[in-house]
Design a protein around this ligand. Structure first.
Ligand code: TIU
Length: 227
């Protein structure tokens, strides 16, 4: 058995890397660039850029090991039919979901600002899950796609730590997936919220799962690949 050095205790890897998915949550221009949804909500979007090189390195290794890669995108249909009124009116920012902004309509599928940032753009064989909610299982085919491929373990990364990343990890945990949040591959607009999230998922003996830095994750992956 190969394990990743993690908190609150070692994370046992599955027998095969094909059972371990790298989940990259919402690394979209809408959250990382000025003029998008994150900016419209009043956040300093520059904070999130810091994880891009680290996440790119992890993605490159996972691709080289032919692991399943899952990207998610928070987005809504142009007619907003999948956006609850409660979500539409939340935030009270300068622009709301569907309004025209400098990168196209805010958080709308297919608009330039809704795309995944070029550095992390999905390859054609990778799973891309558009999602109308914060959690990646809500109103999506993610559960079926993971089951089809026999994926039982998830490495969870992306933005923002306490919103879509944590919601997805909790959804996955309730569905029986063994989840590890990669601490230096996730970021929040609020440093204290990121720290609190890391602590709360691994508290109580790993109530929601594990946390580890990407260096420890990559060491574990490489060890399993070489067996
Ligand atoms: N606002 C915020 O922190 N996050 C979101 O609205 N969506 C995601 O986390 N992707």
């Amino acid at each position: 058995m190969v394990a990743i050095s993690a908190q609150p205790y070692p994370y046992a890897l599955p027998d095969r890397l094909s059972q371990l998915g790298l989940v990259i949550i919402d690394m979209q221009r809408d959250f990382l660039e000025p003029g998008g949804f994150g900016d419209a909500l009043g956040n300093d979007v520059a904070r999130l850029q810091a994880i891009v090189p680290t996440l790119k390195t992890l993605l490159t290794i996972c691709r080289s090991l032919q692991m399943p890669i899952i990207h998610t995108l928070e987005c809504h249909q142009p007619d907003l039919s999948d956006c609850p009124t409660a979500k539409l009116h939340r935030g009270k920012g300068a622009l709301k979901i569907g309004d025209p902004g400098p990168m196209g309509r805010i958080l709308i599928a297919g608009e330039p600002g809704n795309a995944i940032i070029p550095e992390l753009a999905p390859y054609p064989d990778e799973i891309v899950i558009p999602k109308p909610g914060k959690g990646a299982f809500y109103h999506t085919s993610l559960g079926e796609r993971l089951a089809d491929r026999g994926i039982t373990h998830l490495l969870i990364t992306g933005v923002t730590t306490e919103v879509c990343v944590q919601t997805t990890m909790r959804e996955a945990n309730d569905r029986g997936y063994e989840c590890l949040m990669v601490a230096d591959c996730t970021e929040s607009y609020f440093p204290a919220f990121k720290q609190a999230t890391l602590e709360m998922v691994r508290a109580q003996g790993g109530i929601v799962g594990w946390t580890a830095d990407s260096e420890a994750v990559m060491a574990g992956l490489t060890q399993l690949a070489n067996i």
